[in-house]
Design a protein around this ligand. Structure first.
Ligand code: NAD
Length: 443
């Protein structure tokens, strides 16, 4: 099938590459000329494991191509996927300007039936706005063309995006059009063979499903962080508590890891946007607001611990940070906990020596020549001359470092672990003072 994808970010590029991989003919459009330039030169603008080889071979096979030309993009696919960003507006609501811009372009250039498939995470009711924007352009052109709007939210996880797209837990499709539903069935047939993973529903329910899923996951994290903060004060070990509750199948082990807060491009903005949607319809989403408030505080927890350790005076202190991306296997630093920590440290007069296996370029892009930031080529270099170590991302290569070298490289042998990577007793045996989340030394 001929498919157009608007937006070549984490979602758009992965979607385009995976759809091309199974045989569809995909044209990816982006307004970012630099991104499209790179893609045309065979460079992948983001780090996502496995993506480069799929892009390479689908481009070579002539099934995946890139453009900045809107008219060409609209002309290509019967299915027009919208995968552009929906960042938070100042009031927490989702900023829909990019989504509606694409909808207008589709109305401006379409000349036959199209299915507009919204993959971006958008508030309930956006499908109607997308339809209205397309219709307004058609009216302006004096055309009466058929089109359908479908909500098809994306559930992939950065860092495991290819596998998630290729073997989805579910494919949610929100539409009341049988014609559009049939086309979506055909698009996703290759991903739906072992058992039926497609869940059809009305458009508004599909839009809400995405927010409900992310908010539920964020709730699990904030809940565990709250219990971890309590465990710390009560002299309990959150890791024992985690195993104890996870063994109940009604709770399960998934996604109940405490830490220094959730980040990324989705959970923070989606929880806020859903709370905002709730207040717009006169409902106070108390739980969602609490999830957000707990997470906000949690992102400052490592700083509070470091500051407390140094008696509130961090001037001139040097903190090594391992992990800058918001989670492992990505270079994405949107809303990353490491950013909160670094910014808190700079405000307090400390400096940072940081290392991340993939996010160094992104850190450079965001912070440039920020005073108080030294980007280091290895995790060992980050330790040299540092007072203490803080860990913000659970990359595999941080799991079993040479603890003796860590202890001897630091001026003070102290580790502040925001991801609970280590056993407190083991670190103490190496002479390291260990603070973690809900375990280790208490303050
Ligand atoms: P992103 O910021 O990485 O990419 C968005 C891209 O859209 C950018 O390259 C931008 O230049 C492009 N764009 C903006 N306006 C455009 C236009 N008019 N035409 C064409 N391209 C345009 O965003 P992302 O992380 O891929 O997320 C996209 C959407 O998917 C968001 O709504 C997000 O909430 C949702 N989502 C993201 C993830 C994730 O893990 N990143 C997972 C599921 C859903």
């Amino acid at each position: 099938m001929k498919i157009t994808i608007f937006g070549t970010g984490y979602v758009g590029l992965v979607t385009g590459a995976c759809l091309a991989d199974v045989g569809h003919h995909v044209l990816c459009m982006d307004v970012d000329q630099a991104k499209i330039g790179k893609l045309k030169n065979g460079q992948i603008p983001i780090y996502e494991p496995g993506l480069d080889s799929i892009v390479k071979h689908t481009v070579e096979a002539g099934r995946l191509s890139f453009t900045t030309d809107t008219e060409e993009a609209v002309g290509h696919g019967t299915l027009q996927f919208i995968a552009v960003g929906t960042p938070p507006d100042e009031d927490g609501s989702a900023d829909l300007q990019y989504v509606t811009a694409v909808a207008r372009s589709i109305g401006e250039f379409m000349d036959d039936y199209k299915v507009v498939v919204d993959k971006s995470t958008v508030p309930v009711g956006t499908g109607d706005k997308v339809g209205a924007a397309v219709r307004a352009q058609l009216d302006r052109r004096g055309l009466e063309l058929d089109f359908d709007v479908v909500s098809n939210p994306e559930f992939l996880k950065e860092g495991a995006a290819i596998n998630d797209f290729m073997k989805p837990d579910r494919i949610v499709v929100g539409t009341d059009s049988e014609r559009a539903a049939e086309l979506l069935r055909e698009v996703y047939y290759p991903f739906n063979r072992s058992h039926d993973r497609m869940i059809f529903m009305d458009l508004r329910s599909a839009e809400l499903t995405k927010y409900a899923a992310n908010s539920m996951l964020a709730t699990k994290i904030s809940f565990m962080n709250e219990i971890a903060n309590l465990a710390e004060r009560l002299g309990a070990d959150i890791e024992a508590v985690r195993r104890g509750i996870g063994s109940d199948p009604r709770i399960g082990y998934h996604f109940i890891y405490p830490g220094c807060g959730y980040g990324g491009s989705c959970f923070p903005k989606d929880v806020q946007a859903l709370a905002r949607t709730a207040s717009d319809c006169g409902y106070e989403a108390r739980l969602l607001n609490a999830v957000e408030a707990v997470n906000y505080a949690q992102k400052h927890v490592l700083f509070d611990k470091i500051s407390h350790y140094f008696g509130g005076d961090l001037k001139g202190r040097v903190v090594a940070i391992w992990g800058l991306a918001f989670k492992p296997n990505t270079d994405d630093m949107r809303e990353a906990s490491a950013r909160t920590l670094m910014e808190d440290l700079w405000k307090a007069g400390a400096t940072v020596q940081a290392f991340d296996p993939e996010a160094m370029e992104e850190t450079q892009r965001i912070y440039g020549d920020q005073d108080g930031l030294t980007l280091c080529g290895t995790k060992e270099q980050a330790l040299k001359g540092a007072d203490v170590l803080a860990i913000c991302t659970e990359w595999k290569e941080f799991r079993s470092p040479d603890f003796e070298s860590v202890a001897s490289a630091l001026r003070e042998p102290v580790v502040f672990d925001g991801r609970n990577l280590y056993e407190p007793d083991m670190l103490e045996r190496y002479g390291l003072i260990y603070y973690a989340i809900g375990r280790g030394r208490s303050q």
